[in-house]
Design a protein around this ligand. Structure first.
Ligand SMILES: [Zn+2]
Length: 381
C-alpha cells in the first residue's frame, strides 16, 4: 500500500471498512403476481432498511414489508395502512400498499393508491413508479394500449416467481435516470466551508450518463441513494466511523468517498489530517473515479455481495496468480488477503467498466481479464 498515493490509499481503506460494516442487504420485494397478462414484469419496490435479513422487525412498516415479501398482500395492506397512519411512513409505504392491491387483483384500489402517490409525493421516484404502474393498469387513459386479456388475468398472484429472482422494471431508461438523479442529495457545509459547487455536481451528473441503462436499473431498483458533501466532516460532524481511526492514520477528514448502508457519499474535498486545512476541491476525473468506485461497491451490495462468491473468487484467483512479481507491489491494494482484495477489485474493476480511467485502469484491465469478464456478465454488460 506504500505504493499508492496517500489519498487513494485512504480512499480504498475507507471503502473496506464501511463496506464490511454495512448491514446485510434486504431482499428486493419484487411483486410476485401480475394483474395483467400483458405485463411480463411485476412492480418492484426499493429494498427496505427495516427488512434487513435477520433483523427483528417491530414497526408496522417492517412487518408490512415482510408480509409483502411473503405474498401475504392482505396483511401487507393492513400493516402499511398502520404505518402511514401511526408511523408517518412515506411514499414507500404507499407504494407497497398500491402494489399489494395490484397483486391481489384489486385494480380500482391499486389505481386510487397510485394516484394518491402521484399527488402526495410529486417528483419522487415512487411517484414515477406509480405513474408507470398506472400506465399498466389503465392503458386506455394513458394511451399505452394493451390487449384485452387484462381483466381475465387479474387473479394470477400465484404465478409468482419462486426463484425470488428480481424482475426487470418496465420503467423507461429515461424515467430510471430521472429517478436516480432525484435521489441525489447535496449536504450543506456545517462549518462555513465552501458549498458543493456546480462543477462537482456536474461531475456526478456526467457519471449518471456514463452508467449504462441496465446498470442504472440495478441501482434504481435497489434504492441506492447519493450524497455529495463539501467534506466528510460536513456529513459526519461528530466524526462518525470511529472504527476507522487509527487505520493508516485516516479519519473522516481525509475520506474522499464511501458507500454505507445503501448510500454513496462523495466528498468534494478532503481535509489535511495534520493541518486541518481543507484541500483544494478534487479534480473532476478524481471525483468521477471515486464516485464510480463507490458505485462498484453499491452494485456489489445490490447483487448480494457477489464479490465474495465462489465464482468471483475463482476468476479472481486465476487472475492474481498471473500477476508478475514486479507489478504486484503497484496493485497490492487489490491483492489483499481475506475478502478485502476481492471486494476492492470488484469495485475498482466495475468503475473501469463504467468509464473510470484514472490511475490504474490500464494495469488492472490487463491483469484481471477473468474477473472483468465475470463482472461484465454479472452486470449484463
Ligand atoms: Zn472501495
Amino acid at each position: 500500500m506504500k505504493n499508492l498515493s496517500p489519498t487513494s490509499n485512504l480512499l480504498l481503506n475507507w471503502c473496506v471498512i464501511l463496506i464490511c460494516t454495512a448491514p446485510a442487504q434486504a431482499a428486493d420485494p419484487a411483486l410476485k403476481g401480475n394483474v395483467s397478462s400483458t405485463s411480463k414484469t411485476a412492480p418492484s419496490l426499493p429494498a427496505s432498511k427495516n427488512a434487513a435479513a435477520g433483523a427483528i422487525v417491530t414497526s408496522a412498516y417492517g412487518q408490512g414489508v415482510h408480509a409483502y415479501q411473503a405474498a401475504r398482500y392482505n396483511e401487507a395492506v393492513a400493516y402499511m395502512y398502520d404505518a402511514i397512519m401511526k408511523e408517518k411512513a412515506g411514499a414507500n409505504a404507499w407504494l407497497y400498499m398500491g402494489n399489494s392491491y395490484y397483486a391481489m387483483g384489486q385494480k380500482k384500489r391499486a389505481i386510487e393508491t397510485y394516484q394518491s402517490i402521484k399527488t402526495r409525493f410529486p417528483g419522487t421516484p415512487q411517484a414515477i413508479a406509480a405513474a408507470q404502474y398506472l400506465q399498466r393498469l389503465n392503458p386506455v387513459s394513458t394511451a399505452a394500449k394493451t390487449d384485452a386479456t387484462e381483466t381475465g388475468a387479474t387473479e394470477t398472484a400465484e404465478g409468482k416467481d419462486e426463484s425470488g429472482e428480481k424482475k426487470a422494471a418496465t420503467m423507461s431508461p429515461a424515467a430510471v435516470l430521472a429517478g436516480l438523479r432525484q435521489r441525489m442529495k447535496i449536504i450543506r457545509p456545517a462549518y462555513g466551508r465552501t458549498e458543493v459547487t456546480k462543477r462537482t455536481i456536474a461531475a456526478v451528473d456526467a457519471c449518471f450518463d456514463k452508467i449504462p441503462p441496465q446498470v442504472r436499473e440495478i441501482l434504481y431498483k435497489n434504492d441506492i441513494k447519493f450524497e455529495i458533501t463539501p467534506t466528510m466532516i460536513d456529513k459526519y460532524p461528530e466524526g462518525a466511523y470511529q472504527e476507522v481511526a487509527g487505520y493508516e492514520g485516516g479519519t473522516s477528514k481525509s475520506c474522499p468517498g464511501l458507500f454505507d448502508n445503501g448510500t454513496i457519499v462523495l466528498s468534494q474535498a478532503t481535509i489535511n489530517e495534520s493541518t486541518d486545512e481543507v484541500n483544494k476541491p478534487r479534480k473532476v476525473d478524481d471525483l468521477e473515479g471515486t464516485f464510480l468506485h463507490e458505485t462498484g461497491h453499491a452494485l456489489d451490495h445490490c447483487l448480494d455481495w457477489y464479490s465474495r462468491s465462489k465464482e468471483f473468487r475463482h476468476n479472481y484467483y486465476l487472475d492474481i496468480a498471473r500477476v508478475p512479481d514486479d507489478v504486484a507491489p503497484r496493485i497490492s491494494y487489490f491483492l489483499q488477503k481475506s475478502d478485502a482484495g476481492q471486494i476492492e477489485s470488484c469495485a475498482e474493476l466495475t468503475s473501469i467498466l463504467l468509464g473510470n480511467n484514472r490511475g490504474k485502469d490500464a494495469e488492472l484491465t490487463i491483469y484481471f481479464p477473468n474477473t472483468l469478464s465475470f463482472i461484465r456478465k454479472k452486470l449484463g454488460l
